[in-house]
Design a protein around this ligand. Sequence first.
Ligand code: AMP
Length: 346
Amino acid sequence: MAKGRAVTIATLGSHCALQVLKGAKDEGFKTLLICEKKRAGLYGRFGFIDSMIQVDSFNEFLRDGIQGKLKKANAVLVPHGTLISQMSSDQIEKISTPVFGNKWILRWEADRALKQRLMEEAGLRTPRPVASKDDIKGLCIVKLHGAAGGKGYYLAWDRQSFEEGASRLVSQNMIKGEQDLYIQEFIRGVPAYLQYFYSPVTKELELLGVDRRYESDIDGIGRIPARQQLGAGSEPSYTVVGNIPLVLRESLLDEVYKMGEAFCRAAERLVKPGMPGPFCLEGVYDSEGRFTTFEFSARIVAGTNLYVDGSPYSGLLYDEPMSMGRRIAREVKIAKKKGRLGDVVT
Ligand code: AMP
């Protein structure tokens, strides 16, 4: 990056772009959005977006023309779920614009085997991965690879229910075949998404928020009486439509911090430079208050959009509204001042 020049914070127009760029503006940065033409009208409504690069599709993002414009703007790119779902890990690693956080760890988020390895290295309790449909014992959740926002997930309890679900997804063109599916033990309890920020500059871990997802139609099923549920014969899906705020029992917080710290240390061992910036541990609390982590996101999650004005947790750490987007921008600002931008981007 050009030293001494003002930095622009850039991101793709989707997922948590509004929060990220609002936070960047609040910290005094210029902001830039790479935006699909069809969404330009939406994003044009917000005065904190200084400029837009309009594209027909995000596939164009890697082209020299766009990377050149980002370079000219001296941009730091904030990656989010849309980047992960629209681009392969190889493509992400080739981005020449500095990426906030560790772009190499995004491969570990996208690949189920690497993901499981990192969670185990961190000593987190995880659901049992099920190697094949013949090993299904008890209730399992069947997932697609990558960040698909829960779309297409289904429950299976034996070989037959697995195969029925798989052929449904094939007929809907969501997968090519059973090889595209990942089976995991289903954990009973309530889901919680723990939103962290780790600063390589201060070496401090911050818990900035907790949320749960609002998923269609699994969260709507309780609105239908049991008799009609049984008669409907349809499979629930887990497609995320929004997020709901959550505060945890205070007695759970100590373990929340310990899990986050263990994750950062494991990331440092397995995928340098580790886990600078935002990340999320995603799991289920059972009736004993034990957390089982079924996923992680190694970048900002959309659940942080709840806390544009700060959360019950950020309010304990900051005397000003501190969203995750703003925290990212604050880190860029501090790192730049200390001549350590290289520690927060890859
Ligand atoms: P994900 O997109 O992987 O975060 O998961 C979407 C949703 O699936 C979660 O919010 C949970 O409701 C559910 N889920 C995912 N994995 C599990 C699991 N192993 N056990 C129970 N529920 C799960």
